[in-house]
Design a protein around this ligand. Structure first.
Ligand code: HEC
Length: 150
């Protein structure tokens, strides 16, 4: 390799490295800012962790639940027409209700897709929701979806 070639090669390599760094920084920024997600606030060893992960991946775009940092539900009246998916911070669900909604695509069958998750995953996410949904309901009656926790 001639000296001028080598210099050119080095410059190219430096440019490539710069681009890569920029790219990596971009990816990191997106990961951090994704939907204001704070992530799952459960230990990995928690038996409900897997369900929480499934929820975050498949349900958090439409439903809210603070324990996984999900803010998918409409929070203002203006947004409400978008999906109007129940906010699980306030709405208490049991396992059967979730499984039913998953099979039929929500109770109304209009917006929520059917069979978003099935089988074992459906069971896991249902148990997770049954355990952690409705936690704010007791404290804040008058909120949308309020249902007293039995
Ligand atoms: C594309 C948006 C969307 C996604 C994704 C979605 N849902 Fe829904 N879901 C809705 C909407 C809208 C409703 C309310 C209307 C209805 O019941 O059809 C609903 C209703 C429900 C209900 C019934 C709540 C009640 O008490 O009326 C449950 C339970 C539920 N969803 C669970 C889930 C689970 C679990 C997932 C992920 C595996 C999920 N949803 C993914 C939009 C969504």
């Amino acid at each position: 390799m001639r000296r001028s070639d080598r210099l050119q090669f080095r410059a190219l390599r430096r440019a490539a490295r710069g681009t890569l760094l920029l790219f990596a920084a971009g990816v990191a920024a997106v990961a951090v800012s994704a939907c204001g997600t704070e992530g799952i606030q459960l230990a990995k060893s928690n038996p409900y962790y897997k369900g929480a992960k499934i929820f975050l991946e498949h349900c958090s775009g439409c439903h809210s639940l603070a324990i996984v940092g999900a803010e998918g539900s409409a929070t203002s009246v203006q947004d409400r027409v978008k999906t109007n998916a129940p906010d699980f911070n306030y709405r208490k669900e049991d396992v059967q209700q979730v499984l039913y909604a998953l099979r039929d695509g929500g109770f109304s069958g209009e917006i929520m897709p059917e069979n978003v998750v099935v089988g074992k995953e459906a069971q896991e996410v249902a148990e997770f929701i049954a355990k952690y949904s409705g936690r704010k309901a007791e404290k804040e009656p008058g909120q949308p979806g309020f249902r007293p926790v039995e």
